[in-house]
Design a protein around this ligand. Structure first.
Ligand code: NAI
Ligand code: MG
Length: 486
């Protein structure tokens, strides 16, 4: 294994201090299977302390966070973006070794994280309420207020990007935070927390409590003193978290993944479409909520498109994150075993593997690699069409006309993203309106991460919106003030 980046504090950040926990968790490098560090294992006790620290920071004495003007928050966020950019190399190396993702993708993730702080830094002092015409003897206005203490439970697939998305927006709106990163990858988050402290974020405004989902995560979701909760992860865990938050009527945002279709018509630019289809499923080894995991192709173009894809997939190589190949490993042995079992079952059901990538020569032995593959001849309603496999697996279906394309695109309980590839303007609009999902991309997929673009799901993909200005509004609530002045 190549030399490791300097590790950040492995402790929990609570009330501005780094706190050791009795027990710790090992940090594994998924490209190698080796233990490279350890992190705190917070329990209910630390979660209590973190929530109370966030409360004090929110509604404490003069000079505390809630008294910071929007302009001051804006300036802090912009300064923090610059600090992330200055630490880019170390943060990228941490993200790469901790998640196993190829170095180029890790670098892109850190750049996106900084951009979130720039975007929300720029937006913080442009968020305001309204005045409402009412009776002549009244003046009515709305105040857009922060919730108070926001709890954030985030996953391991994009730790730094999701930190940026959630933390920048919540802070810009004036909230304080308790963030529970994922036990499988949180080194970049811990480094970002160190940078926030170094950059003078007041104590208690951001608290970071690493630990297990069933311990730290469950205690945070059930905490009676949080004012808002945002969760990104699996639909099953999302249900548990939402149930816990409902006990105290805590408002929630749920981002729960997808089974997003790429719909390619015969008149599409096949070269651009095929490249986007490949990237949309192999990025982060398919462990992406917005992965384009279903390919729907019009029958008359199927041979042309699949011919290209077979060639591209056969050339894909899996290797350790540092080697910066097409595809890294899955996050852990459990995710690899789960995916392999599903692929095995699919083959037993007669599903064909059209093409597969390969392991690079000299790939580390202990890594959790699964080579990219394309599946076809899939019976309607099969698991590989319904479930988020969270791996580099593209499931292909063929359609004849627009009506069938729309029906297949919508034949899912999820609804996060969709790609439509056609030159026909009317069809672009009909499908954009007809597809049941939070985002639709026409002749592109993902809009390069789209920090400025509202993002979120329908159905089993969750609810609420992050990213863009909409994401900022969703970390606020409206208070109506009606003044009768005679
Ligand atoms: P998960 O949904 O269990 O984990 C996400 C976060 O929730 C982590 O921080 C975890 O510690 C926390 N968590 C787990 N159990 C909790 C509980 N009872 N209460 C509160 N918080 C809890 O996802 P996991 O197990 O890591 O991955 C399993 C599957 O979830 C994947 O195969 C994938 O399908 C999906 N997933 C989707 C993601 C997305 O971006 N949409 C991200 C991660 C996982
Ligand atoms: Mg790890």
């Amino acid at each position: 294994m190549q030399s490791l980046p300097e590790m950040p504090s492995h402790q929990a950040l609570i009330g501005g201090a780094w706190i050791a926990t009795r027990a710790t968790l090992d940090v594994e490098a998924p490209s190698h299977g080796e233990t490279i560090s350890r992190i705190a294992r917070c329990q209910a006790e630390e979660i209590d302390q973190a929530v109370e620290a966030a409360r004090r920071a929110f509604s404490g004495r003069l000079g505390d966070w809630s008294r910071w003007t929007a302009r001051r928050r804006s300036e802090w966020l912009l300064g923090f973006a610059a600090a992330i950019e200055a630490d880019h190399e170390r943060l990228s190396a941490l993200e790469c070794v901790d998640t196993g993702k190829p170095m180029t993708q890790a670098r892109g993730d850190i750049a996106s994280c900084a951009r979130y702080f720039r975007f929300y830094g720029g937006a913080a002092d442009k968020l305001h309420g309204e005045t409402i015409p009412f009776e002549n003897d009244f003046s009515v206005m709305t105040l857009r207020e922060p919730f108070g203490v926001c709890a954030q439970i985030i996953p391991w697939n994009y730790p730094a990007q999701i930190f940026g998305r959630c933390v920048a927006a919540a802070l810009a709106a004036g909230n304080t935070l308790v963030l529970k990163p994922a036990e499988d990858a949180c080194l970049s988050v811990l480094r970002l927390a160190e940078l926030a402290v170094e950059n003078g974020l007041p104590e208690g405004v951001l608290n970071v409590v690493p630990g297990l989902g069933r311990e730290a995560g469950a205690a945070l979701a059930a905490h009676p003193h949080i004012d808002h909760l945002s969760f990104t992860g699996s639909p099953e865990t999302g249900t548990l978290v939402a149930q816990a938050a409902a006990v105290h009527h805590v408002p929630i945002t749920m981002e729960l993944g997808g089974k997003s279709p790429q719909v390619v018509f015969a008149d599409a630019d096949m070269e651009t479409a095929s490249e986007a289809v490949v990237r949309g499923i192999i990025q982060n080894a398919g462990q992406t909520c917005s992965a384009g995991s279903r390919l729907l192709v019009q029958r008359e173009a199927a041979d042309r498109l699949l011919g290209r894809l077979v060639e591209r997939f056969a050339a894909l190589r899996c290797d350790a994150g540092e080697a910066d190949a097409d595809c890294g490993p899955l996050i852990n042995a459990r995710q690899k075993a789960k995916l392999e079992a599903r692929l095995e079952a699919a083959r037993a059901d007669g599903i064909q593997t059209l093409a597969q990538g390969r392991l690079a020569d000299g790939v580390p032995q202990g890594g959790h690699f699964v080579v990219p593959s394309i599946l076809s001849e899939i019976p309607a309603g099969h698991e590989v069409l319904r479930e988020e496999l969270f791996g580099p697996v593209l499931a292909v279906q063929v359609f004849d006309d627009e009506a069938e394309a729309l029906a297949l695109a919508n034949a899912t309980d999820f609804g996060l993203c969709a790609g439509i590839w056609t030159r026909d303007g009317g069809r672009q609009l009909r499908l954009a309106k007809g597809i049941r999902s939070g985002q639709v991309f026409v002749n592109n997929y993902g809009a390069a991460g789209g920090i400025e673009l509202p993002f979120g799901g329908v159905g089993r993909s969750g609810h609420g919106r992050e990213k863009g200005f909409e994401g900022l509004r969703s970390y606020t609530r409206i208070k109506t003030v009606a003044i009768r002045h005679g």
